[in-house]
Design a protein around this ligand. Structure first.
Ligand code: 13P
Ligand code: SF4
Length: 297
């Protein structure tokens, strides 16, 4: 019933729904495109529809708007925010800029539009290593995620990567004793790079949500160390495989704020529009575009 209503509204309003793998399965079911942050940013620039409904967290809605200034970008719930996006401020960026001549501000897409507008290039977990490797600057201030930053630091030792203090509360503190037991039982461990270094040491594979889904094809049984919404796609794609999660669930409560009633409401009333000032929009488009160009090298 709700699904039918959404389908009808999408047609009437010339709208399309984008969703991240972490949102509830009911939204993944009605989404036209589901993916990781990089895929969603890439998809956003290819769409023909006038209204784009972004089911994810606020920085995702902002990124879609920055890349599509002439479209109406709506979010079922505007208050779905990623706390890590706020774990850096402009003052700190300026401090670092004043210390180095040869510095690139490399900003994880999980950041505010304002922070992006002060950055040299954006990255997601699926292209960060590649992009950092290809930058001409030796010094990199990687913001806001210290864990993804630490992961890149290990992969690209030739760069001087300066870390910030931000982190994702969902991936930060995991039970290492429990993870160790899975390892001892020879169960493959697939982890997101937002996990701490000490967690990633147990991992057989580290990658973005899309990369984890792709890697899962290689094993029959595995432990998944990222937000549990990813299980919707994993189970759909590999119905005969066995997926384990930690006993303490990894849930991003902000992603879960999106639901079907809110999707219907925003489509019907064209409300919850993402609005960004022209100045910030134009400045933040530069590092986002650069990511789209460099990310596919
Ligand atoms: P992905 O880019 O891997 O989809 O991750 C986004 C995110 O917010 C992880 O917590
Ligand atoms: Fe932010 Fe973590 Fe939620 Fe991803 S899982 S949106 S990084 S809080």
């Amino acid at each position: 019933m709700k699904i039918e209503e959404i389908k009808k509204l999408k047609k009437e309003k010339n709208a399309v729904i984008l969703a991240h793998y972490y949102v509830d399965s009911e939204i993944q079911e009605v989404a036209d495109y589901i993916g990781d942050s990089f895929y969603l940013a890439q998809k956003a620039v290819e769409l023909k529809e006038y209204i784009i409904v972004m089911a994810g967290v606020y920085f995702m809605g902002e990124s879609v708007k920055i890349l599509n200034p002439n479209k109406k970008v709506l979010m079922p719930e505007l208050l779905a925010d990623c706390p890590m996006a706020h774990m850096i401020d402009v003052k700190k960026i300026e401090e670092l800029r004043s210390k180095f001549d040869d510095l690139a501000i490399v900003t994880y897409i999980n950041s505010t539009a304002e922070i992006k507008s002060h950055s040299d290039v954006c990255v997601t977990s699926s292209n960060a290593v590649n992009i950092v490797k290809n930058l001409k600057e030796k010094n990199i201030f990687f913001i806001p995620d210290k864990n993804l930053g630490q992961y890149i630091k290990k992969q690209v030792p030739e760069k001087n990567i300066i870390l910030n203090d931000g982190y994702c509360p969902v991936h930060e503190e995991l039970d290492l004793k429990e993870i160790k037991k899975f390892k001892e039982n020879n169960i493959k461990i697939l982890a997101h790079p937002e996990c701490r270094d000490e967690t990633l040491e147990f991992a057989d594979f580290v990658g973005s949500t899309s990369a984890i889904i792709n890697e899962a094809k290689n094993y029959d049984e595995m432990l998944i160390l990222t937000e549990e919404g990813i299980l919707t796609e994993l189970k759909k794609k590999y119905p005969n495989k066995k997926f384990h999660t930690l006993s303490k669930s990894m849930i991003c409560h902000n992603m879960k704020k999106q639901n079907l009633d809110k999707v219907i409401d925003v489509l019907k009333n064209e409300k919850n529009e993402v609005v960004i000032s022209k100045d910030i929009r134009e400045k933040s488009l530069i590092p986002l575009r650069r990511m789209l160009e460099m990310g596919t090298i």
